[in-house]
Design a protein around this ligand. Structure first.
Ligand code: 13P
Length: 287
């Protein structure tokens, strides 16, 4: 059954582990992530950005496919269908389409406008039993058309958003979407600690989960990160698996052109990466 992220993240925050959000890039991605979550007995969040939703045929197409697939595959672990970096209008559309969680990314607005819009979305989510993620301090880099300046969040502003009753909060702590630049200074744990201090038991979210060194990731989890978003590393794993497939000339072998063979090869790369992350985040075996 698709569920809201609320209980999953409360359990993660209390148990000092993090639930992985894996972004969907095509419809097969959903199958690969669901199979891996089931195999690892891990709760899981499927993230969908606007660009990915357009690519996949729209919010309703994604929601219908994920619901049907999850039922047909008899998935037993909790699965959240989450709208990632959402707009105000997009949040409403995803709620209608059957998503069980939405993120309203108001980091580009003034804090007053962010608070106002976030409060409106929270009220709508409550009516439907949907979880809601807010953001303060934008994540740097560009991905799926989402770009940010990458400033660190102001803990006091995070507190104000938390007080509205969001389910989870993404706070900028020096994290970056996409591949980290060579001169990246790392996550800012003093900002993370200050945000945690002001937001109490609220589960915190780390965007830009690709390429963060393992020790840094573990420390972030110990300081209150309960949800980690990963996209780029899965895409790289997919591309590398296919690169090897073609470089080795496997497409020229007997029935090597078969689409299912080709896609399964790419998806095996994705599954390997998802498995690794679930182990690192500590969510494997929690469902
Ligand atoms: P990466 O692509 O850097 O892993 O970030 C994913 C993300 O934060 C989606 O919201």
């Amino acid at each position: 059954m698709l569920v809201s992220a609320e209980q999953l993240l409360k359990d993660a925050a209390a148990g000092h582990y993090a639930v992985g959000q894996f972004n969907l890039n095509n419809l097969e991605w959903a199958k690969a992530v669901l199979e891996t979550a089931e195999e690892m007995k891990a709760p899981v969040i499927l993230g969908v950005t606007d660009a990915a939703a357009v690519y996949m045929g729209g919010y309703r197409a994604v929601a219908a496919l994920v619901r049907a697939m999850e039922a047909e595959m008899k998935v037993s672990v909790p699965v959240v269908l989450h709208y990632d970096h959402g707009t105000y209008e997009g949040c409403k559309a995803c709620m209608e389409a059957g998503f069980t969680s939405v993120m309203f990314d108001g980091s580009k607005y003034s804090i007053e406008e962010n608070l106002e819009k976030t409060a409106e979305i929270i009220a709508l989510c409550r009516k439907k039993g949907i979880s809601m993620e807010a953001e303060v301090g934008s994540v740097a880099g560009e991905e799926d058309g989402i770009s940010g300046r990458g400033e660190c969040a102001d803990p006091e502003q995070c507190g104000k958003i938390a007080d509205l009753g969001v389910t989870m909060l993404a706070a900028g702590i020096g994290n970056v979407h996409g591949v980290y630049p060579a001169n990246w200074k790392g996550l800012d744990f003093s900002v993370l600690s200050a945000v945690k201090e002001r937001t109490g038991s609220l589960p915190l979210v780390l965007h830009g989960g690709s390429g963060v060194p393992e020790e840094m990731m573990k420390k972030a989890i110990s300081l209150g990160i309960a949800k980690i978003n990963v996209n780029t590393e899965c895409q790289i794993a997919f591309a590398q698996a296919l690169h090897t497939y073609f470089a080795e000339g496997r497409d020229l072998e007997e029935k090597g052109y078969n689409l299912q063979k080709i896609m399964n090869c790419g998806m095996d790369g994705v599954k390997k990466e998802v498995r690794k992350k679930m182990q690192l985040f500590g969510c494997a075996g929690r469902a």
